[in-house]
Design a binder for this molecule. Structure first.
Ligand code: FER
Length: 275
């Protein structure tokens, strides 16, 4: 693609971030003394899709009040994790608390579900049997989890107040479900997306409509990640389709340091004017 068009697309995304993300400041993912803390709780919801109760971890921002309404980021894990991954390995609460303390964040609720929507399917199930469950999560998310969250918490309605992002299998889920459902999400992000990612050309049926609909489409990967080709290809196809998007590479393999970096840079863009 012509450098000038790349530049234009980058500008349209509105984020001042360089393509290559620098490492976040030291301590960005550690609880900071004096910073107000959000609250992390585990919820259960009835999944008609799966036919059982399912868990999700929910982060409520510092100063959370039932008298306010919040946008929601649905944040998905990879095949090596479950609903606890982002808080336990990704230090998501500390990353978000620190960004909030620095006034870089729109107050938001972050919902971290279990992305395997299959009866009895767990992190220990053979991969081949997990794949259909990761795919089936589309229906659980749209028909069970989101309605539950919007009843249980004070949530701002509508697509512009809903973001979907995730890593690896969850990155593929986010791009697949997010771009197939512009009516549900205006903010979509895939980190180190796995081969479950559908081709961008298949997901984006109407590129002109997609270019208008999404506030942000974020595609990123670690420079040493064996799955880089998936993100690179997705990015190139979005360029060909002229769908504005953020494209970022940071230093690292298929690992949490990269995905924490992605969260650190993506979260401040959400529920603002970024596009
Ligand atoms: C694959 C390699 C990796 C694949 C999925 C993954 C669907 C997922 C990795 C992760 O979630 O960390 O071939 O096929």
């Amino acid at each position: 693609m012509a450098p000038l068009l790349n530049l234009f697309l980058a500008a349209a995304v509105g984020a001042d971030l360089p393509e290559r993300l620098p490492p976040p400041p030291k301590g960005f993912d550690a609880p900071r003394e004096g910073a107000a803390r959000g609250k992390v709780e585990t919820i259960e919801y009835d999944s008609k899709t799966v036919g059982e109760k399912r868990k999700a971890v929910v982060y409520l921002p510092p100063g959370f009040s039932k008298d306010q309404k919040y946008p929601v980021l649905y944040l998905l894990h990879g095949i090596g994790d479950d609903e606890t991954g982002w808080t336990q390995k990704g230090n998501a609460a500390a990353v978000l608390d620190n960004l909030a303390a620095d006034k870089k964040l729109a107050p938001m609720i972050v919902v971290m579900p279990n992305g395997r929507a299959g009866k009895g399917v767990t992190i220990r199930t053979p991969w081949k049997e997990q794949f259909p469950a990761f795919e089936a999560f589309e229906q659980d998310l749209l028909n069970d989890l989101i309605p539950h969250v919007e009843k249980a918490y004070p949530v701002k309605p509508g697509r512009e107040n809903r973001a979907l992002a995730g890593l690896s299998m969850g990155g593929g889920q986010s791009l697949n479900f997010g771009l197939a459902h512009p009516e549900a999400f205006a903010w979509v992000g895939g980190f180190a997306s796995a081969p479950n990612t559908k081709p961008a050309g298949e997901l984006v049926k109407d590129p002109a409509a997609a270019a208008k609909a999404y506030k942000l489409v974020w595609v990123s990967c670690g420079d040493k990640d064996g799955l880089m080709k998936v993100s690179q290809q997705f990015h190139e196809t979005l360029n060909e389709l002229k769908v504005p998007h953020a494209w970022h590479v940071s230093a690292g393999n298929h690992e949490w340091s990269v995905w924490k970096t992605d969260l650190y840079y993506l979260a401040p863009l959400l529920f603002r004017d970024a596009r």
